[in-house]
Design a protein around this ligand. Sequence first.
Ligand SMILES: Cc1cc2nc3c(=O)[nH]c(=O)nc-3n(C[C@H](O)[C@H](O)[C@H](O)COP(=O)(O)OP(=O)(O)OC[C@H]3O[C@@H](n4cnc5c(N)ncnc54)[C@H](O)[C@@H]3O)c2cc1C
Length: 215
Amino acid sequence: MELHKQIITSNQQIAPNTYILSFKRDFIFAPGQWIAISLHLNDTPRLYSIASGISNDEIMILFDIKAGGELTPNMATLKKGDEIFISNPQGSFFGKSGKGWWIATGTGIAPFKAMLDSGLGKDKKLLHGGRTLDSFYFENQFSEALGENYIRCCTREKGDNVFEGRITEYLKKQNQLPPDEKYYLCGSSEMVVETRDILVDKGVPYENIKAEIYF
Ligand SMILES: Cc1cc2nc3c(=O)[nH]c(=O)nc-3n(C[C@H](O)[C@H](O)[C@H](O)COP(=O)(O)OP(=O)(O)OC[C@H]3O[C@@H](n4cnc5c(N)ncnc54)[C@H](O)[C@@H]3O)c2cc1C
């Protein structure tokens, strides 16, 4: 994979284990796409969804530290002026306008932030699942843009206007899910598989479900 150099403009810690890495945008991309990142040219790069809008001056990457991971513990130590290597934008998890559901757990919220910041928030409903209340990244932006259509599902803490439990439990409780809308899923393979099965069971046609699996 061909990689090119970028200079970090900031690396902000936004939760105990989670960071937003930024660098100048010098390419075009479609909301929902990802780039590969490595710290050295010979390292095996890892994949990250772009979390910023298509017209923003900077590219934002939302990542959490994987204990024992090769890249992310080092990525967390990056500072303004440090260099990284990135690929061209890739992937086909494209955001579309029109009615739809964005469903994410953890850092799987990243492509939906890119879609929101690229003007695709209208008529969208967002379900975001997290263990703790501080894991609802970009909460203010989503809340302001989507209002009641922004639903946070938390498994380990209680909060105002926060559904207690997993997104899968939230979905199971819905009497009806509109079958003709698009459902975009992003997160771990377990979450994507379990959510897909619930949607299909509730009558959503398979072809209306699109998924990006983080592994
Ligand atoms: C399309 C796509 C987009 C993604 N976008 C994002 C994003 O926006 N944000 C984000 O945070 N993540 C994203 N991911 C996930 C991300 O690419 C990596 O999973 C993660 O960041 C890798 O971090 P790492 O190199 O530190 O860990 P790795 O070195 O890959 O290790 C991951 C975990 O596996 C364990 N491990 C490693 N090797 C072994 C082994 N041999 N045996 C047992 N355990 C092992 C490690 O201890 C660690 O806990 C995305 C993935 C995909 C596929």
